[in-house]
Unconditional design. Structure first.
Length: 317
């Protein structure tokens, strides 16, 4: 019997071609808006990149003279920003008057430590345009030291006396000039022979009896101030009219320093003292890159956000 072969034909199944559906007008509009938005965003991004350059690679920090508290803080700020890839150069100055002069001429990336009220020492009595404060950092107390038994109990008693008013251009000198103006003492106090002394030389001169009164600015651990606070035969004068002065010069504070605050065992100071205390501010030009502003604000919070003997927590920055 012959073998029977069965061959199965392969079946090919073909799906019918779907007819294209018309695009809904609303969908088409959304697509068009989306594409247009992407194009506009890309154009704006390119424009902003062109108009606003990247973060500067370096910044200058202006401080007071070497040895001043602001110079010490400035070096700490410089180290902090260097940790974030920004090269920082600290430039020491004679004080806030020189700082204002430099800020008026330099439009680069500059940040500065500036005493409140320093603009009164400029020729027109105004700060340069284009400056903004990033915040107040700490108080800078101003002290008046005299010899025991001198009879000097207030700034009003200084006419005819030999007075060290702070070095020319210093922050202490700026505060004393404003104080003399309020008291009407500008031309009634002999300061010329002594204004070039250093704070240490002035302290030594007071102890030797070569001057009658010495103005110094800084906290209690500033060398010349600590020397006089602990020395026998001299004492700080309390600012009796400090509150009146503060109302006339609202950019300063009045601090009451209680007896023994700095050293209770040795009772330093030996009596309560009221001092006039301008604030030291961190300032910059208003075109400083936002990233640098944020970096310095963070440094300020880390450095000055803690409480001190002169300022409770939350006072600064």
């Amino acid at each position: 019997m012959a073998e029977r072969r069965v061959t199965r034909s392969a079946l090919t199944i073909t799906k019918p071609i779907a007819k294209s559906q018309p695009v809904d007008p609303a969908t088409k509009h959304r697509r068009t808006v989306l594409i247009a938005s992407i194009v506009v965003f890309a154009a704006l991004f390119a424009l902003m990149s062109y108009l606003r350059p990247g973060v500067p690679h370096s910044v200058t920090i202006l401080s007071g003279p070497e040895g001043a508290r602001s110079h010490t803080w400035a070096k700490g700020y410089a180290e902090y920003v260097k940790q974030h890839g920004i090269d920082a150069k600290v430039v020491a100055t004679a004080g806030s008057v020189e700082v204002l002069s430099r800020l008026s001429k330099d439009d680069g990336s500059v940040v500065a430590f500036l005493q409140s009220g320093a603009e009164r020492e400029t020729p027109d009595g105004k700060a340069p345009e284009g400056l903004e404060s990033l915040g107040s950092l700490y108080f800078e107390p101003n002290w008046l030291f005299v010899a025991d038994g001198s009879g000097l109990e207030d700034a009003a008693d200084l006419p005819g006396k030999r007075v060290f008013p702070g070095r020319r251009g210093s922050d202490a000198r700026a505060t004393v000039r404003a104080l003399f103006h309020v008291y009407g003492l500008t031309d009634r106090v002999a300061i010329e022979p002594f204004e070039e002394l250093t704070p240490k030389e002035a302290a030594d001169a007071l102890l030797a009896g070569d001057v009658d009164a010495v103005f110094l600015a800084g906290e209690a651990d500033t060398p010349a101030i600590e020397q006089l606070l602990r020395a026998e035969g001299v004492h700080p004068v309390s600012a009796n009219h400090a509150e009146v002065y503060r109302r006339m010069q609202p950019d300063v504070a009045v601090l009451r320093i209680p007896q023994g605050l700095f050293d209770l065992a040795q009772m330093i100071p030996r009596q309560d003292v009221r001092v006039i205390a301008p604030a030291i501010n961190l300032v910059a030009r208003d075109n400083l890159h936002a990233a640098l502003v944020d970096l310095f604000l963070d440094a300020a919070r880390r450095t000055h956000g803690h409480p001190t003997l002169l300022a409770p927590r939350g006072t600064f920055p």
